[in-house]
Design a protein around this ligand. Structure first.
Ligand code: KG4
Ligand code: ZN
Length: 338
């Protein structure tokens, strides 16, 4: 059985995983850099790249150890080479190339955003295609027509902020710290999602696109007024919880409506959801309600496979079966192509 060693260094998680050709995860190790970036209120690219350099080898060792194998057992090296922070990607891609050459095994580059959807295939443990794919991460909000494991066609995406980015910015506005998603979710648990009527941009637009930047401004105006100087001090107590809950509800409503529209347009009966925001319980519940009422199967990974990890690069197994290897010219590519 061929074993794969995968590397993820696209943003602020240094991760490695071992999986086999089933594909089944043998180990998955994630070293988060949250502590390093928290005091800056966001990910600092140069800090991220340096931390990847320091952490990648111990993380690789740990992944091999947990899988109870050595490098000599690896038959293919896999890396997320796109999209992400260029300096961060460079660390993972360079290490992967070096390992592939040293071990004399094939190299496969995987699109990180597609990997977020492949996490659903891993979770299901069976073929889930064709399906609609919704990716909601810190950098991307996208809908895909996933025709087969290697054939993802973009249906639409955000015109400005990504859903996770909106959560992070709202957390900052409300003084909830970093990372924003889990903090806003905790705060929202004590608030009334109907307290503020916030915009749901493009909700009735036929395109399968999103826009979240106006929502951020609407939250700011809701507690600071339009004319107050910025940065405004965070709102107090219940007001803050109500704003967090109303914001979260607005994001959830749009994500659910657009997923539903994509399912209707394609006539598919499966929805796969991936990316850090898929960890949000309000979103998971609302998507489940929509899917249950429309006869659609919802596939969402467990929390550990929603946020960044290397196991979701198991999409490479599909490429490996077809002999679709990457050359040593594989480029770290910051922008999403495809
Ligand atoms: O997929 P991911 O780990 O990294 C990227 O590829 O971007 O997603 C990170 C994003 C962050 O914006 C974070 O705030 C958001 O996912 N996130 C959440 C939750 N957990 C993480 N957003 C809402 N609710 C959560 N529970
Ligand atoms: Zn990601």
């Amino acid at each position: 059985m061929t074993l794969f060693l995968a590397i993820e260094t696209s943003c602020d998680e240094t991760a490695a995983a071992v999986f086999d050709e089933v594909p089944r995860i043998r180990s998955s190790v994630v070293a988060s850099q949250t502590d390093l970036h928290a005091r800056f209120g966001g990910v600092v690219p140069e800090v991220a790249a340096r931390a990847h350099l320091q952490r990648l080898l111990p993380v690789l060792d740990e992944a091999l150890q947990q899988a109870q194998i050595t490098l000599a057992d690896i038959g293919c090296v896999v890396v997320h080479h796109m999209p992400g922070l260029i300096g961060a990607l460079l660390v993972g891609v360079s290490a992967a190339k070096m390992l592939a050459v040293a071990l004399d095994v094939p190299l496969i580059g995987v699109n990180h955003v597609h990997g977020h959807l492949y996490a659903c295939r891993l979770t299901a443990g069976r073929d889930i295609f064709p399906c609609v794919g919704l990716v909601v991460s810190g950098g991307h909000t996208l809908l895909y027509d996933c025709r087969s494991a290697l054939e993802f066609h973009r249906l639409g995406g955000t015109l400005d902020d990504a859903a996770g980015e909106a959560f992070d910015k709202i957390a900052s506005l409300l003084g909830l710290g970093f990372p924003g998603g889990p903090a806003v979710e905790r705060e929202a648990a004590n608030g009334n999602p109907q307290a503020f009527r916030l915009p749901r941009a493009l909700l009735h637009d036929a395109r399968l696109d999103f826009s979240f930047s106006g929502l951020k401004t609407a939250v700011l105006y809701a507690f600071a007024g339009q004319d107050n100087p910025r940065p405004a001090p965070p709102p107090p107590g219940q007001l803050r919880a109500d704003l967090a809950a109303s914001f979260q509800q607005a994001v959830v409503d749009v994500l659910v409506a657009k997923s539903r529209a994509a399912l209707q347009r394609l006539g598919y009966t499966r929805l796969a959801v991936g990316g850090g925001v898929a960890a949000n319980q309000a979103l998971r519940t609302a998507l489940q309600d929509m899917c249950s009422s429309t006869g659609v199967e919802l596939i969402v990974p467990p929390l550990s496979l929603c946020t960044d990890n290397a196991a979701m690069a198991a999409m490479a197994v599909e490429a490996w079966r077809r002999g679709a290897f990457s050359s040593l010219d594989l480029e770290p590519t910051p922008t999403l192509l495809g």
